[in-house]
Design a protein around this ligand. Sequence first.
Ligand code: M6R
Length: 341
Amino acid sequence: KKGGFAHYMLKEIFEQPQAFYETIRAGISDAVQEMIRDAEEITLVACGTSYHTALIFKYLAEPLCRIPVRVELGSEFKYYPPPLRGLVIAVTQSGETADTIAALKMAKAHNCPTLAITNVQGSTVTRIADTTLMMRAGPEISVAATKSYIAQLAALMEIVNVRCDGKYDDLLQHAHLAIGEVLLQEMQGAVALCREAEHVFFVGRGPFYPVSMEGALKMKEISYVHAEGYAAGELKHGPFALLTPETPVVAICPPGSTYGVMISNIKEMKARRAPIIALGKKGDTELAEIVDIFIPIPDSDPMVQVLTTSVALQLLSYHTACALARDVDKPRNLAKSVTVE
Ligand code: M6R
């Protein structure tokens, strides 16, 4: 059943080009498109990895589509409800996460139009929301969300595309190819640093900040190495005190508007003797020369880099967990779907 892979997680990581492509190919129904075009603001509710894809959506949609987006944790929403206006989207792979369902019910009670993004046909959210946008990841067995994360991003990027009148059609049709290019990236040097560490920081800016949060969540979840995802500019507001030669920092540093400031952040962290693992554009010698380990990522549009850097971080956690002989597909204390609040 694992198709020759050592774990379901690795199999599911390798199924990501297909999960992304199939979700894009399935498109968005006219009813959902209309809902998206009519929205004056959007609130997303989600937990865990799905919360991170929702945050990535905010970083993409606000500047590209000029629409206000708020992102709320399902687990907080019910007890501290924000003023509710506009379209509410519940993002949940399983469609069964109790906190996300509770938030969705509140949105309905406030007469907000509601949309569910899920991977499971007929799941509870599909019965509550006004309408559903299905992800096409196929069944995900490993507790760690990987291909469902990528398929969620496909669905959310489609929403950005609808709001931008199809401007990203071509990019989304081809993004799976770049995802495929990262799958065979070797991780030995980075794993050697992470497996010995007690703490690892993941940092990025813009959409790469939630990508770093997801990288840290994966690291904690399957390797049991403590990790924190941080906005790169925030480290100097406290966490710098924790930097030591034993505390690796994984820095996401693609080309673009934040490249220069990321390079100075990396130099500051190096000055505090933290080993740096950097993800950057293939062939970026300026970056490769100042860091301890360089992980090359294909050069592409920032939206595609969100996907490729995420996949590289999944592989880093996976190989670290294997090196530490963890139970990769069934990490301790965790369940695939969390059906209690
Ligand atoms: O099914 P959901 O997307 O609602 O699940 C939410 C979280 O429980 C889930 O994403 C969890 O964080 C993952 N296991 C992380 O890999």
